[in-house]
Ligand binder design. Structure first.
Ligand code: ZN
Ligand code: FE
Ligand code: FE
Ligand code: ZN
Length: 270
């Protein structure tokens, strides 16, 4: 079992410490455990949106986070999972320089790139669902995938997280998303980055893995490597619904996933 996307309480909207998460991963016999705490947001965003304080760890804790994960990564080999130091970075347009600066400040094994904001609106925040009334669904989906392709092309991230996140609360495009899927698959293939298969969607109103089967099949046709993540926001969610992720990957034609160690992809059989 691998889980390349887990959070801790440092991001202010998850439970559990690094040790708590690691304890569950040990119990479940995980092989790889990738911490991917939300990278601190830029001051410009924190200033304009008071809710943003609970979206990511504060910049004042980044060094502590790095030290804490590196400490557990360097001990206990053979008795538990290989622990990897990662972050989940917000890669909406305009945030690249901020992310580059923070990512270069520590020896991260991997960087997940996410788009959680559209024009400053955190569309995955359950308290901000009225934003969906202000967007045409097709325009929202098109714009999201455009920003996601730009994020992939930036070269900052090793893998793109939860690639069809706009479906989280049930928003779906009116028209067939196949063209969006194909364009995104081509963009990530060109960029040489991986895409995450996330079981978090199974815990949300959409009740579906990210990405949808059609998107995963498009990725497989272009041989885009995939990581697996639970996006655990509590220790008991580590490795969540792993079998469902493997089944989705197998159905799409995958025989292996990748983990990312020292910014290098490493294949792991399913
Ligand atoms: Zn989160
Ligand atoms: Fe995310
Ligand atoms: Fe996450
Ligand atoms: Zn996430």
């Amino acid at each position: 079992m691998i889980d390349m996307h887990v959070h801790t309480r440092r991001c202010r909207h998850a439970r559990g410490s690094v040790q708590d998460v690691l304890a569950v991963a040990r119990l479940r016999g995980m092989r790889y455990l990738g911490f991917a705490e939300h990278l601190p947001l830029p001051a410009s965003l924190l200033d304009q949106d008071p809710r943003a304080e609970s979206y990511a760890m504060p910049e004042s804790e980044l060094a502590d986070y790095v030290a804490e994960v590196l400490a557990v990564a360097s001990d206990g080999h053979g008795t538990g999972p290989r622990v990897l130091l990662g972050v989940e970075a917000d890669l909406h347009p305009g945030n690249e320089a901020h992310v580059r600066r923070l990512v270069s400040s520590a020896p991260f094994d991997f960087v997940l790139g996410s788009v959680h904001f559209l024009d400053g609106w955190a569309f995955d925040d359950p308290e901000l669902l009225d934003g969906y009334d202000r967007w045409d669904a097709d325009r929202l989906w098109a714009r999201y995938f455009e920003d996601l392709a730009t994020a992939a092309a930036s070269g900052i991230a090793d893998a793109i997280a939860h690639p069809d996140l706009p479906k989280k609360f049930g928003c779906s495009p009116r028209t067939d998303p196949r063209e969006l899927y194909e364009a995104f698959a081509e963009a990530v293939a060109d960029a040489g980055v991986a895409v995450e298969v996330s079981t978090a969607g199974l815990r949300k109103p959409c009740a579906e893995i990210y990405p949808a089967p059609g998107l995963l099949a498009a990725l497989n046709r272009r041989s885009v490597p995939v990581t697996i993540g639970s996006d655990a926001h509590a220790p008991e969610e580590v490795g969540y619904a792993y079998d469902a992720a493997v089944a989705a990957l197998t159905d799409a034609g995958y025989r292996e996933a990748v983990v990312i160690v020292g910014r290098e992809m490493k294949e792991v059989p399913l």
